[in-house]
Design a protein around this ligand. Structure first.
Ligand code: FES
Length: 102
């Protein structure tokens, strides 16, 4: 598995959300407590981008029906979301955010 460049570190502020496309896949980037996280950028409940949602603690609230997904691991945390979102490893290197796709 390769690490893919996602964005500049300074572009990903604390509690920010950024939507990017990496190797043809939509990826939502987050930063919580200084740590970068990455999730597949599609709500498991419907056709909404998680990167258009709102950070609520360590969750992202879907902009369409307000379901909650755990930013740290993609687990469902609030209805109507009931299935996990794919979570990707993310890291910060040399001023860049990198994501590992499976
Ligand atoms: S589309 Fe996200 S909660 Fe319904």
């Amino acid at each position: 598995m390769n690490w893919h460049d996602a964005c500049a570190s300074e572009a990903l502020a604390e509690e920010a959300t950024i939507g990017v496309v990496i190797a043809g896949r939509p990826v939502a980037l987050f930063r919580i407590g200084g740590t970068p996280y990455a999730l597949h950028d599609l709500c498991p409940h419907g056709a909404a981008r998680l990167s258009d949602g709102f950070v609520d603690g360590d969750c992202i609230e879907c902009p369409l029906h307000q379901g909650l997904v755990d930013i740290r691991n993609g687990k469902p945390r609030g209805a109507p979301v009931s299935t996990p979102t794919e979570s990707y490893p993310a890291r910060e290197r040399d001023g860049r955010i990198e994501v590992q796709l499976r």
